[in-house]
Design a protein around this ligand. Sequence first.
Ligand code: PGA
Ligand code: ZN
Length: 424
Amino acid sequence: TIEGIVAREILDSRGNPTVEVEIGLDDGTIARAAVPSGASTGAFEALELRDGDPKRYGGKGVQRAVENITERIAPELVGYEASEQRAIDQRMLELDGTPDKSNLGANAILGVSLAVAKAAATSAELSLFRYLGGPNAHLLPVPMMNILNGGAHADSNVDIQEFMIAPIGASTFAEALRYGAEVYHTLKSVLKKKGLSTGLGDEGGFAPSLPANAAALDLIAEAVSAAGYTLGEDIVLALDVAATEFYKDGGYVFEGASKSADEMVAYYAKLVDSYPIVSIEDPLAEEDWAGWTAMTGELGRRIQLVGDDLFVTNPQRIARGIAEGAANAVLVKVNQIGSLTETFDAVELAHRRGYHTMMSHRSGETEDTTIADLAVAVGSGQIKTGAPARSERVAKYNQLLRIEDELDDAARYAGRGAFPRYRQ
Ligand code: PGA
Ligand code: ZN
C-alpha cells in the first residue's frame, strides 16, 4: 500500500533540471524513478511542465511539476496498492483532465507512474522486467547504438541526427554490446587519423563535421571492418533522420537545398541500395502523412520505417498510421505519452497490427534504467539508448547485461529476428 510520495528536482545528462520521484509503501519498500527529456521533441508529445522562471535554470526549472506531485497527486494516491498500476495511472489522467497532460505535467505524471511500477516490483520481490512482463519475458533487444551524432544533438553540419550500428550477428546481448563498444573505439581512431573531430554529441556518439551525410556511413563502415567485423553480416546500420527538425515551409532543407518528400524518398532508396541499412526513423516530418504513406509503399518491404515524432507513442496517432499505411514500426518513449499504462497500450496496439517497436531513451537522460526492463518485458526486440559510452546511456545497456544474466539459459537475443523485413 502506498504510504507516501516524495519528489525533487534533479539534473539530467545535459545539466538541465528534471523530476525524480520516490514512493514509500507500508511494507518498508522505497522505489525511485527519474524522467528523461528530449531536444528534438515532437509537436504532439505530452507536455513537459517547466517553470519558465528565467532566474532559475534559464526557465527550465521543474519546481511546479514537483509541487504538483507532492500537493496534488500524492494525496490522491495514498492508500492504493502499488500493483494497481492501471487504476493509479487513470486516476492521475482524470486529475489532470487535459489531453496533453498540461495541467499536472507529463513529467510529474510519468515520474509517479514509473516509481509505482518499481515499488510494486520491489515489494513483490521480482525484477522489474519480470514484474512488468510476466513469466515469459525472455527476449533481449538488439542494441541500436548511436555512434555518430548530428542534427539537434550536435554542433556539426550533419543533417541526419543519428547513425546507429545494430550487431544482429551476435549470439547474445553481451556479445552485441562488445561488438558495439569495439566499433565505437575504432571509429574514434578512424576519425583521429583523418583529422576529424572526436568531440561528442548529446547521446555519446562522435560529432564531426562532414562533407555529406553519407560520409558518416563510410566512416562507420571503415570502423566496422577495421574492428574485424563484416558489415551487413555481423553488424547492420540504422538511421534516425529526425526530419521534422529540417522541414521548413513544406520542404526538407537537406544538404543545403530544399527537397520535396519524393526527392527525399529517392535519396533514401539510394542509401538503402548502397549500405546495409535495416531501419530508418523519422525520414519525413511529423505532419507529412502523405509522404509517409508513399515512402512506406516504396521502401516498407525492404526496411523498417520507424515513427517517432510521427507517432509520439500515442495510440491515436499509431492507429492513424496503421489506417493510412504510414511506417511499419513505432519508437516507444515513455515520456512522449507520459504514463506507463498508455505506453503499454501503444505497444500492444502496434504489435497486434504487425508494427515492430523500438524502446527508446531521450537525448536528455538520467541514471534511471526502467526502459531496459521495459524492452524485455514487452519483447520489443530493439532498444536505442545511445552510444556504448557515457554513464546515462551505458546504465541501460548494463541493466540489460544483468537481465541476461538473471534469465541465464532462458534468455534469447533477438538478433536478426528483430528485422524480419531485412532482405539485403
Ligand atoms: P530527442 O531525440 O530525445 O532529443 O527527442 C531522440 C530521437 O529523436 O529519437
Ligand atoms: Zn527520433
